[in-house]
Design a protein around this ligand. Structure first.
Ligand SMILES: [Zn+2]
Length: 320
């Protein structure tokens, strides 16, 4: 299923170098986007690229809203904003994904791009509604003991600070846990009761933004949101740098192979013309033409190889 998958919808034709992923859907007009999104699959967020003019597109935040159940069985909504995709090391994807690289780096040191992402995402939300607190997912006790890099504390958030807004530490993590290799249901159990509101903070009737770096099944961020709601929060909004691509991308990805040396072909750009083409790792050393492929035929070959098809709703119903 497509739970929490970020897809790409391309409007128009493949032309520019901003495309990092094979589009899930090529559409040719706004009605086409609506049709795709009307599949209404849980957790399918789509970045939409349009090639209507020569300007490079601006990335926007992906938004969705999820309902969570509190201990008293009541329901609350969490608004989620996502920055982009995260591919774990095992994923073979068509291009090395720049955001995944940044996410990995941020685990151990300050990264300016991450700082600017959170800063502008927070500012975007401040412009839309009144926020009482900005907070983050705290380190686990073991990490504090081992003096692990506290990544969210390293953020400078320059624009937020200009507006006299700080990132506050509202939550305390009370136990060590690991989510590695756990499925969704185990993850939800493992994280239960992990967070506590730190002393002397009044959460009652407050609107709170909480930030984190990777969203996999949502267990951690939803548990944190639950803790805040149960302490009386009015509204919880989450900003997450990236969404772990657990579905489509965790299947084996079949690359195009070079006919000369057998290495993987990937999309490359001709620096002079800006044109995109497929080239292998050693294409510079090969004789001309033998080792490169045109973009559109290459994309089509890849789609065919990896069976990136649009499934009709009726097919899904039959299967599940
Ligand atoms: Zn080659």
């Amino acid at each position: 299923m497509m739970e929490y998958h970020i897809g790409t919808i391309l409007v128009g034709s493949l032309k520019y170098d901003f495309l990092k992923n094979i589009p899930d859907y090529d559409v040719f007009n706004v009605e086409g986007i609506v049709q795709v999104l009307n599949y209404k699959r849980t957790g399918y967020g789509a970045e939409i690229f349009a090639t209507y003019n020569d300007k490079k597109p601006k990335m926007s935040l992906l938004y969705c809203s999820e309902s969570i159940t509190l201990s008293d069985e009541s329901e609350q909504n969490v608004d989620l904003y996502f920055g982009g995709r995260y591919y774990a090391n095992k994923h073979m994807y068509i291009l090395n994904d720049p955001l995944s690289y940044v996410v990995k780096k941020f685990k151990s040191r300050y990264v300016k791009a991450v700082d600017l992402f959170f800063d502008s995402a927070c500012i975007h939300i401040v412009r839309k509604e009144k926020i009482d607190y900005f907070t983050y997912i705290p380190l686990k006790p073991k990490d504090i003991k081992e003096n692990k890099f506290d990544r969210f504390k390293s953020l400078k958030l320059p624009e937020l600070k200009n507006g006299n807004i700080r990132l506050d530490n509202l939550l305390k993590c009370t136990k060590d846990f690991s989510q590695k290799g756990n499925d969704l249901y185990v993850r939800r159990e493992v994280v239960k009761g992990t967070f506590q509101i730190i002393e002397n903070v009044d959460i009652e009737n407050k609107t709170i933004v909480i930030i984190d770096d990777v969203f996999s099944t949502g267990s951690t961020i939803f548990e944190a949101a639950k803790t805040l709601y149960e302490a009386g929060a009015k509204k919880v909004i989450a900003i997450i740098l990236s969404v772990n691509q657990l579905t489509e991308s965790s299947i084996e990805y079949k690359n195009l192979k070079c006919k000369v040396c057998g290495s993987n072909m990937r999309i490359r750009m001709n620096n002079n013309t800006g044109e995109l083409f497929f080239g292998c790792e050693n294409y510079m050393e090969h004789e001309e033409e033998k080792n490169t492929g045109e973009l559109i035929p290459g994309m089509n070959a890849l789609k065919k190889k990896n069976k990136f098809e649009i499934y009709e709703i009726i097919d899904l119903l039959d299967e599940f």
